[in-house]
Design a protein around this ligand. Structure first.
Ligand code: SF4
Length: 289
């Protein structure tokens, strides 16, 4: 396979074939994101992609899942994207699901009809970085969208019958706006009602604009207690029909897994117990950063 640069994928795609169809991210402006710093976005040429698909078909003929990178590969113009999906399905007929990352910019370009066509070609899940539902925070991190727009874009994915997984960031609004960010994010998540939510503690990565802001005293993360209070507020304001809300990434101090709405109260009680010191938190060295 012809891989270039940083290849990232969601944890749930650990067993998938990874097909790198684009290099970088067409947005590439989020202040916290170190993944494609300095990488000029481009779509890989058709010959390279065809060779990779043929190789994958020979190496993993029984593969069930395939994941397309990089950062927002859904941005590929529809004609090329449809051709890519046709080729993948032709070479790997046993696939049951194709997954892809999407940004607001890429979802803006996909009509419901196009998403329907991709779903028919086994596009089964889209991963979307919501990060926050608070417009002030979204502007501060240069996400290039608003909470309202994210609701409309994500509802389009759901209307096409494609599963939706969203990530949100704990701590990204800093201490002063922490609880507003939490509440507004919960409200936007409730309006979207995604199939899965993953909450990650913000990591300040070297070389990012967020790190520069921290160095200049313009940004700070909430302290450990503040992060837990933010997570609690976000869960309190989030109402999901299936209720899958995971805050169990290695970066989190307190692993929380909510599989159904019925488990929400227990999760909130666990956070309260952690805030009172009755439940131990992950030590710094145990956090997978
Ligand atoms: S859209 Fe995603 S990949 Fe692109 S810069 Fe933002 S966080 Fe990074």
């Amino acid at each position: 396979m012809h891989y270039e640069g940083n290849i990232i994928r969601p944890p749930s795609e650990a067993r998938s074939i990874i097909l790198q169809a684009t290099v970088g991210c067409s947005h590439n402006r989020c202040t916290f994101c170190p993944t494609y710093t300095g990488v000029r976005f481009r779509i890989k040429d058709e010959a390279t992609l065809s060779a990779d698909i043929r190789y994958a078909a020979q190496a993993f003929p029984g593969a069930r899942r395939l994941f397309i990178t990089d950062g927002d590969a859904l941005i590929i113009p529809f004609k090329r994207l449809r051709q890519l999906f046709l080729e993948i399905n032709e070479q790997l007929p046993r696939l049951t699901r194709i997954g892809i990352y999407a940004s607001a910019k890429s979802l803006r370009r996909r009509s419901l009809e196009e998403l329907n066509q991709l779903r028919e070609q086994k596009l089964g899940i889209i991963y979307y970085g919501l990060e926050s539902g608070d417009d002030v925070t979204l502007a501060a991190i240069d996400k290039g969208t608003t909470g309202e727009e994210s609701i409309a874009l994500c509802r389009k994915v759901k209307a096409a019958g494609i599963k939706l997984s969203t990530t949100v960031m704990i701590g990204i609004a800093g201490p002063e706006r922490s609880l507003i960010h939490a509440r507004k994010t919960g409200e936007v998540l409730s309006a979207i009602d995604p199939d899965y939510v993953g909450a990650l503690i913000t990591m300040i990565a070297p070389g990012t604009r967020l790190e520069a802001a921290e160095r200049q005293g313009q940004f700070a993360l909430p302290d450990q207690r503040g992060l837990l209070l933010e997570l609690k507020e976000m869960i309190t304001w989030t109402n999901l029909s299936k209720g899958m809300f995971m805050a169990n990434h290695a970066s989190n101090y307190l692993p929380i897994k909510i599989h159904s709405p019925a488990q929400r109260e227990a999760a909130l009680s666990m956070i309260d117990a952690a805030l009172s010191g009755a439940v131990p938190l992950r030590e710094e060295w145990m956090r997978g950063l």
